[in-house]
Design a protein. Structure first.
Length: 501
């Protein structure tokens, strides 16, 4: 493992006009970016208004052609993109490769699917309105503001950006202060294939820049980040009745039932908890294992987790903790679990060596410990014994969060999945739903609301526009003052005949 000094905190310089993004592996400056204030954010939104008109006028086919060209550009420049992702987050080369592959898959699907999901279509007018034609289409909102986190600086915001663009909106994107360069890379590559107007702009800076975007008159704000910031964003957007999509944190559980393929479950738990240094909103944080298979499962998890090492080299198993302050949260959660009687079967307090955290596997952790109730966001796993899969479901559901979950069971996978209170479930795998573009992604409870990905993800960035067209005069027309009592009587008779039985 390459052990380096923890990076210095981010610092704004030039009297706060610019700031540095740092490589968390070395503390070296990756690049400087401007700190955009309220005026610059408003100017970006104003430019996006004109861009939005141009972009909407291209229609589905025109936009698809541009988005497909963007996808090809991104694929051509994968090595550059991946090394930027690794530089700003510290993630390993394979974690960066996985992230870019998923972005490209979603971009392809959103561009191809938009016309089918959002385009104009006829709907049945119903018996009472048989003389009308009814049509429905989903129109772009205009300008969408996107605020993103640092853990997946391409995949996560692109869940909103790609779908909002495919739906016909222009986007102003505020990336995390830790990963501004990835945001700029996305906007620059799109500008190569859409040179006419800035349909995707990036504003950089700190939380204040994000707050300015919330107040800048966008038509929707798509936020991904922590639950605490999500509440602030929602409150700020309430002042202007700006609609919000809020994708927040999680405390996802993996359930290992009595009839599970235990080695497969152990492999999935270790990868789901530790890849990307555990900094995954829908990563595995809690594991509930049925008593009958608990000991075998823990033995396999321990053996696998002990083999893994974080590091700064590209082929490390996983990278450092990107945001220095997160190390304190991880430390507090491990300490709290141990103080309350939990046991570390892999690693322990000594595993926390900033900027790296080695794998920590905790067992027998009380359910009210922070490591069970709060998002840890580190390469740690809590593995708790339960009597059976039914108790596992109860415990999994006893969380304020409800983002995703996983179930390992040979015969009861679908049944157990159906009982989990969360947005997404993988049966006999982890996180598989995130790679299926047609599946909506998002949570319930403290994990937020609204959906990215899938048809729901396209409709998040559009509004329904309904039209009826009268085709001929009806025998009974209750919607004029010439209707008379006979008309109403006939209508009621019809309603009773149709719906009263
Ligand atoms: P934060 O909530 O700290 O920040 C998210 C974004 O909000 C950043 O761009 C941040 O800017 C910005 N921001 C901060 N303050 C404000 C404000 N007052 N108004 C508007 N914007 C503001 O989250 P992290 O970046 O630490 O990301 C990690 C979190 O994201 C975890 O909780 C994780 O679970 C969650 N997440 C959820 C996903 C999901 O799909 N549900 C996916 C990925 C991550 P700055 O960085 O400059 O402070």
């Amino acid at each position: 493992m390459t052990q380096t000094a923890p990076p210095k905190p981010l610092r704004a310089d030039d009297e706060g006009k610019r700031f540095a993004s740092l490589d968390p592996r070395t503390g070296e400056v990756v690049a400087h970016h401007p700190v955009h204030g309220e005026a610059e954010v408003r100017a970006a939104v104003a430019a996006a208004r004109t861009a939005a008109e141009f972009w909407a006028d291209l229609g589905f086919a025109g936009r698809r052609a541009r988005l497909d060209a963007w996808r090809r550009t991104l694929v051509r420049r994968l090595p550059e993109w991946q090394s930027l992702l690794s530089a700003e987050t510290g993630k390993s080369a394979d974690d960066a490769r996985t992230e870019t592959a998923l972005v490209v898959e979603h971009l392809h699907w959103a561009a191809r699917q938009a016309a089918k999901t959002l385009g104009r279509r006829r709907v049945k007018p119903g018996a009472l309105m048989y003389n009308h034609a009814a049509t429905l289409e989903y129109r772009p909102l205009g300008v969408v503001g996107v605020i993103g986190p640092w853990n997946y600086p391409a995949f996560t915001p692109m869940g909103s950006i790609a779908y909002a663009l495919a739906a016909g909106n222009a986007v102003v994107f505020k990336p995390s202060e830790f990963t501004p360069g990835v945001g700029v890379f996305l906007a620059d590559t799109l500008a190569e294939v859409v040179p006419e107007h800035p349909v995707l702009q990036v504003v950089t800076g700190f939380g204040e820049t994000g707050a300015a975007l919330c107040a800048a008159g966008v038509d929707k704000l798509a936020f991904t980040g922590s639950t605490a910031t999500g509440k602030k964003v929602m409150a700020a957007c309430a002042a202007t009745l700006t609609p919000v999509l809020v994708e927040c944190g999680g405390k996802d559980a993996l359930i290992v039932a009595e009839d599970a393929d235990v080695p497969a479950a152990a492999r999935a738990a270790v990868w789901g908890g530790i890849f990307n240094a555990g900094q995954t909103c829908a990563g595995v944080e809690r594991v509930y294992v049925a008593d009958a298979v608990h000991d075998e499962f823990v033995e396999l998890v321990v053996a696998k987790a002990r083999e893994l090492r974080p590091g700064g080299e590209p082929n490390a198993d996983f990278g450092p903790i990107t945001m220095p302050a997160q190390v304190d949260v991880i430390r507090a959660h491990v300490a709290d679990a141990l103080e309350r009687g939990g046991r570390a079967v892999v690693g322990g307090m000594e595993s926390i060596r900033p900027p790296y955290v080695e794998p920590v596997v905790l067992v027998d952790v009380p359910e009210d410990a922070k490591a069970v109730t709060e998002e840890t966001f580190g390469p740690t796993l809590v593995v708790n014994r339960v009597a059976d899969a039914d108790e596992a479901v109860r415990r999994a559901n006893a969380s304020a969060y409800g983002l995703g979950a996983a179930v390992f069971s040979r015969n009861r996978g679908d049944e157990l999945a159906a009982r989990l209170r969360c947005g997404m479930v993988s049966v006999n795998s982890v996180l598989a739903y995130a790679s299926v573009p047609a599946l909506p992604f998002g949570g319930v409870g403290a994990s937020g609301f609204g959906r990215v990905h899938g048809e729901d993800g396209l409709r998040e960035f559009a509004y329904a526009h309904s039209v009826t067209r009268k085709r001929f005069r009806a025998l009974l027309d209750p919607m004029t003052y010439e209707r008379g009592p006979r008309t109403i009587k006939h209508v009621l008779r019809l309603v009773k005949a149709l719906h009263g039985r």
